[in-house]
Design a protein around this ligand. Structure first.
Ligand code: MN
Ligand code: MN
Length: 465
């Protein structure tokens, strides 16, 4: 062997290979693109946690899932779903083995950053009508002005009637917008820091400008809006108090690039992991272990609340499974494995300074494992055990999944968290894994199709392991 060949052989044998998907998986490209057609349709149709919950349950029902009954007993291959208040959902396929041997969980979240309406949002100023908003999750506020927004959510009336709202998505629908200053008059505003470019109380949604026709009274533009809302939805101003209205970007999901290799859209974080997790579960017939897809709400604001994973809804579901099979829930939890499937930051060549290039995730390099998240000295992280990471990488390699490993960014540059720590706190093995995203939390985020597909393959391999 020549010296050059020896070096090459040794490098091949001993080094990490972090390559483009196409270097090793060219034959799977058509499958990856086809998978993403399904994902794009899901992303377009389901822009809020409620809409995701609904879309997932509809798809599950069509695939033979029935509502979970804690007093029933199930046999291997049975498929059930648990709807947690219309905002989070668990899909479950019962396995051959006792749950005492542990269950396989893939957990993702279906809420995304957005602008929520305040409890009494409607006001008039200078013959214009607005909604006051309160942003939800970690947004860069300046990105949310001067873009088309749609309204999604519910009014719940005192008699319990739920009135659904989805306005601004269909062709011909009106849309909504937060205005920004013109550059000609932005001399002072331009001196603000980027984080203050648009302030929280400036995120006011334009909703109308024509007054109710009358010579009497004041605030007639507001009155005219209330009249329109009453005609359309049968609500009055008090019904806003028990409403959840969310303004989200009205952009269509589109292919990005001449080669159509990327997908641009709102809310990839974290539907881009939720969808592959669900699709992977739907491929199961009668799995060895009982398998769960847990799609949670509230991750973007810290997972607190009864639809978030810092509540007990998943634990209680597993307790019910354990009771059914006559085993202790804590033994099930202790033996269970989880993938916390959530997005990570993709290396952005335009902003290389925030990434450690030797420990980052690259677009098209596959699903990315994050051994730990958190900030500073791993604060707020669930740092997965080496033993468990070893187990997961073997599963991925054995199934020929294209994967990589990375951190969110440079040490002390910032950081982030996922649901992983809440699941780890239940005594479950858990590691983070997911799709690298460009412009994360922006109104229009970008992912690579091959990474979405690799995430699906990873979830599938995990469930079948
Ligand atoms: Mn996320
Ligand atoms: Mn997020």
């Amino acid at each position: 062997m020549s010296e050059k060949n020896e070096v090459k052989a040794l490098q091949e044998q001993l080094s990490i290979h972090n390559d483009h998907f196409l270097k090793h998986h060219d034959s799977e490209l058509a499958a990856a693109d086809a998978f993403c057609d399904g994902y794009k349709a899901f992303l377009q149709a389901a822009k809020t946690e409620r809409e995701c919950n609904k879309a997932v349950i509809e798809k599950a029902k069509a695939n033979g899932f029935v509502p979970f009954d804690p007093f029933a007993s199930y046999k291997p291959g049975d498929k059930v779903y648990y709807d947690n208040r219309g905002k989070s959902v668990i899909l479950c396929v019962i396995g051959k083995k006792s749950v005492a041997e542990g269950v396989k969980i893939v957990a993702s979240h279906i809420d995304s950053p957005r602008l929520d309406m305040k409890p009494t949002p409607l006001y008039e100023d200078t013959e214009m009508a607005y909604f006051k908003t309160h942003y939800y999750g970690g947004i860069r506020k300046y990105q949310w002005a001067a873009i088309p927004l749609s309204l999604h959510g519910v009014f719940v009336k005192k008699d319990g009637t739920v009135v659904n709202v989805r306005l601004g998505e269909d062709k011909g629908d009106p849309q909504f917008v937060v205005t920004d200053l013109l550059p000609h008059l932005a001399k002072e505003q331009s001196k603000r820091t980027l984080s203050e470019g648009i302030k929280g109380e400036e995120l006011n949604l334009v909703i109308g400008s024509r007054p109710f026709k009358s010579d009497e009274g004041s605030e007639l533009v507001k009155l005219q809006i209330l009249k329109l809302l009453c005609d359309k939805y049968g609500i009055d101003e008090t019904d806003f108090m028990s409403a959840e209205l969310e303004a989200v970007p009205a952009f269509e999901v589109r292919d990005i690039g001449f080669d159509r290799s990327l997908i641009g859209g709102y809310g990839h974080d974290d539907r881009v992991c939720a969808y592959p997790a669900m699709e992977a579960l739907l491929t199961l017939d009668v799995p060895e272990h009982t398998c769960l897809t847990v799609l949670a709400d509230k991750e973007e604001i810290g997972s607190d609340g009864n639809t978030g994973l810092n509540s007990s809804f998943m634990k209680y579901f597993i307790e019910d499974l354990a009771d059914m099979q006559g085993v202790k829930a804590r033994h099930v939890l202790h033996n269970s494995d989880c993938l916390s499937a959530d997005v990570t930051a993709a290396f952005d060549p335009t902003f290389p300074q925030v990434y450690d290039k030797t420990n980052t995730s690259f677009v098209n390099h596959g699903v990315s494992i994050a051994k730990y998240t958190g900030a500073r000295g791993k604060g707020g992280a669930s740092d997965a055990n080496a033993e468990y990471v070893g187990k997961i990488r073997a599963i991925l390699d054995n199934a020929n999944v294209h994967w990589q490993i990375g951190e969110m960014g440079k040490v002390d540059e910032g950081g982030g968290g996922t649901v992983a720590l809440y699941i780890a706190n239940l005594d479950v093995n858990v590691v983070d894994l997911g799709v690298p995203v460009l412009s994360m939390h922006a109104p229009f985020e970008v992912v690579a199709k091959t990474d979405v597909y690799s995430t699906f393959k990873a979830c599938e391999a995990f469930y079948r392991s």
